[in-house]
Design a binder for this molecule. Sequence first.
Ligand code: DX5
Ligand code: ZN
Length: 228
Amino acid sequence: MSALLDRHGPVVLPALLLCDFGHLAREVERLEKAGAAALHLDVMDGRFVPQLTYGQVVVEAVRRAARVPIEVHLMVEEPERMLAEYVALGADVISVHIEALADPREALGTIAGLGARAHLALSPDTPLEMVEPWLGLCDGVLVMSVEPGFGGQRFNPVALDKLARLAELRAERGGTFRLAVDGGISNDTIGPAAAAGAELIVAGSAVVRSDDYARAIAELEAIARRAA
Ligand code: DX5
Ligand code: ZN
């Protein structure tokens, strides 16, 4: 299933955070019909970030409704405690924040051992040096272009330098990790993000706050492909 994420060229992963949770299965279906390559689920615990969103129950409901891969973005303290549960529920990708990990080697190894893809996420204020030692152990790096915690924020260009540097490091080291970006993606910011190297591009409000999901995704992906 994760092979959808290996599609050549940049792809948009809609984030459900701002969708209509009163009609969750319908939203999943609309996003899939609109061409979503995968779905991005923001799990927040009210501690690592101020907001509390949802957890395993909702991820399970999305998994039942969805046919495309699911990325679970854990914005929680002690994510190690729940890796096995989310993989068992059917998460294809687990993104864990470097700031929250006591032992990145162990956490990444656990996710991989369970058969999911392990992505390392880093917040805008977190220097790239924090993730550098672990690049050989992860399947992707999720560069945050907003402070984690809320949808609909403005894109922080600090992410562009990080993406470009990661692309350089990957080329130098012959790495295989994917480059992902999350936060503030719009028709104006997706071009620069793709040009800097982003391949898996999370878009929340740009998709689910539009009237026509298919058009929103198609426009974003077209701009990204031209810029990449
Ligand atoms: C922010 C979340 C994002 C958010 C993106 O903490 O990680 O995934 O849903 O939403 P937009 O695209 O509106 O910034
Ligand atoms: Zn996210």
